[in-house]
Structures are given as C-alpha cells and as structure tokens.
Design a protein around this ligand. Sequence first.
Ligand SMILES: [Fe+2]
Length: 257
Amino acid sequence: MIDLHAHVLPGLDDGPRTIRDALALLRQMADQGITTVVATPHMRDGHYDVTVDQMHREVERVNRAAVDEEIPVTVLPGGEVALVPDVSEAIRCGTVPSLGALGRYVLIEMPFQNVPVGVRQVLFAVQLQGVTPVLAHPERSFPIQRVPSSIEPFVQAGALVQINAASLVGQGGKDAERTAVRLLERGLVHVVASDAHDAVERPCLLGAARDRLVRLVGAEEAYRLVRDRPLRILEGRPFKQPRPRGKALWWKRVLGN
Ligand SMILES: [Fe+2]
C-alpha cells in the first residue's frame, strides 16, 4: 500500500516527537504492508511554522535512519496545507509543498468547524496553476457530516477526496465513520490514507481500513483507494476520476455520459 497522508517527521508538528518515535511508526506501517508513505506535516495552519526546506531535511534524515534500521518503507516529501485564502499564491511561490514534490497534487486540509465562504474560488485558483487539490479528511468536518453530499460540487470541479483510515474503522467517532461510508457509497472518495501521527496515540490503521474497504466496496476498488490512485498521484499523472453516484447526476445517467 501507499500512504498518501501521514505525520512521520519528528519534531515538526503534532506527529512523532523523536526519531525513535518516527521509526516506530514506520515499522508499524511496514507491518501493515505499506511500502511508501508521504510525509505530510501541517503547513500554514497557524500552529506550526514548518518550512519546505525543513520538511525535505527531515525526510532525508528519516529515510537514512529507516535504511539503517532495515525498515522497508520509503518516505517521500509532502505537506498538509491549511485551506487559507492565499493558498494558491503559496503554491506558486513554493512556500508549501506538493505531494511527492512534483507540483501536480497538493493535500489541502478541510477545516473542521466550517466550510469557508469562497472555498470554490480558492480551489479554482489552485487548479488554474495546473495543480489538483486533494481534500484531506472531509468526513471529519462538521458541515460535511451534516450534509455529506455538499462535498460533491468540489469533486465535480475536479478536486480529489482523501478520507482517513481511522474514520473508516470507527476510531474517529460515529459521525466521521458514518460520513466516510456515505462518501464511499456515493463514489466521492478517491484515496484512503492513515493520517497517522505516531505508533501509539494516533497509530496507522490503514491495514484495518483496507480490510473494511474490501467488505464495503470490493477488493478491486479497495486497492485502487490504497494503492493504485496514490501511486498515480505520486507519478504526477492525471487520472479519470470515478464518477460520483449522487442524485444530482441523474440526468447524466439518463444521457449516458
Ligand atoms: Fe494530517
């Protein structure tokens, strides 16, 4: 599996505190069958002042330590970027990183409390730069929990959706779990990732989530969610998005396109 969203760099954000903690998390990931993980420290969220240079340095350090410890997981550069009004400007200036540092996909954190006014314009500005937004864990956002289909316009506009393994296996509360399943049923999820922060308090649950996915959507789609699409994103390739199955698309079904 490929984990597209995880906090594996020590001392940068609310992820592992030490290199030992980071390696414990990587070991846990390896045990679950993860071969590649994208380090996604919080960026510009008002709490952590992580720079792109710091992130790259820590990625190198953790990879070296993983090789020394014979942990078969490769860490790639990335970041979890707060949905701030000037996010497209930050992407253009290179002050926030893209997934795999390819400049094609950026992981953007959906706020928990509200979906800010003007989000669609902000995401559109990102897309105008040839960058596809990947929306991180919308199932944890209260407005999306109330109306899961409200994520659909973003997907229609070309954004991708990532949900958390923990939500799927019930570790993020009932509302997040119910919303995650709803979004999956409606074909509004493109990637499932761990969003792990350490091996103990917020561990990697991608292995358990994959097993639940197999039961929910079948083995083929499960592996698309945890392996094929993350790989495509990390190769910087575009892909045809699964078509949302929401009610709003009934006329498209009738027309057969
Ligand atoms: Fe995260």
